[in-house]
Write a protein that binds this ligand. Structure first.
Ligand SMILES: [Zn+2]
Length: 284
């Protein structure tokens, strides 16, 4: 099997183990983007978001670096918590974080249940992205995906953001064509048993090509597999795609999309021995 270099453009490493980091490195993963999102349990104050955002910019990149993987993040108030009045003040925190070096996009933003609260939080954060010149990662809802994706594209269009700065994620067969037509980037989350698998992904790539296509594992605290990016690469080769095609989808495309932030740092450097006086060796 050929060597593959892989950039997972959407993975929640905070929920994963060091075994995952080791397996990802062995599979060829050299860079990841970790979007700020929902933790599975509602948060009760903006302060816990601040600590979470800080960990996405501090401890987690340090942890990734110990395994030879570059880690960047995206920052936003996620759609799932956008309707919770306790979380609304997070919107006052977000601009401060968007100014930081490790932040390569605004996200995940978008819709969960398509409520008026979600509308407002989505639009406000698109405005922030426009103001600071960052790309945007848009989550599409799991229920009613076609309607949610169409509405997301409308909101993006109204925001005046150039489509090439927007990635619409968690797409499937019914939603890919409208996103391709919009000029936005297309993201696909490949899961063990729902939404999208590697064979369907290959069929989509055959039909729509590799341009503006991103594949991620979206691995998190639920049943998921951080090696799904590699599996897609293997399925592409088995289906007759070239190594260059695989490299386009698994490396060049995420680099081009997040590179628009001007903050992507993919240089291989010696990892720091400590983070804030601590190590992954526990007090070592
Ligand atoms: Zn996610």
């Amino acid at each position: 099997m050929s060597d593959m270099r892989i950039f997972d453009p959407h993975i929640h490493m905070t929920s994963r183990t060091t075994d995952d980091y080791e397996a990802m490195y062995t599979a060829g993963v050299r860079a990841v983007v970790e979007p700020a999102f929902w933790l599975g349990q509602p948060r009760t104050s903006p302060d816990t978001f601040a600590d979470y955002f800080d960990s996405l910019l501090g401890w987690e990149p340090y942890r990734a670096s110990q395994f030879g993987i570059r880690h960047h993040c995206t920052i936003a108030l996620n759609p799932k918590e956008a309707g919770d009045p306790r979380c609304r003040p997070v919107l006052d925190l977000v601009p401060r974080y968007l100014a930081k070096d490790g932040v390569v996009a605004v996200g995940e933003v978008g819709y969960d249940s398509m409520t008026p609260d979600e509308d407002e939080v989505f639009a406000v954060q698109l405005e922030m992205a426009r103001d600071v010149g960052l790309p945007v990662l848009v989550h599409t809802p799991h229920r009613d995906k076609a309607a949610g994706t169409r509405r997301s594209l409308d909101v993006v269009r109204e925001s005046g953001l150039p489509p090439e700065r927007v990635l619409i994620d968690h797409l499937n067969e019914p939603t890919v064509a409208m996103v391709k037509e919009s000029g936005c980037w297309m993201g696909f989350s490949v899961y063990p048993d729902t939404k999208m698998d590697e064979d369907r992904m290959v069929r989509i790539l055959k039909e729509y090509g590799t341009e503006r296509m991103l594949v991620n594992s979206a691995a998190d605290w639920g049943r998921s597999d951080p090696l799904k990016t590699r599996r897609v690469g293997e399925a592409m080769l088995a289906a007759g795609f070239t190594e260059v095609d695989v490299d386009t989808v698994l490396w060049d495309n995420p680099v081009a999309f997040y590179g628009q932030s001007g903050r992507l740092d993919l240089a291989e450097t010696e990892p720091a021995a400590f983070y804030a006086g601590n190590t992954i060796k526990r007090g070592g």
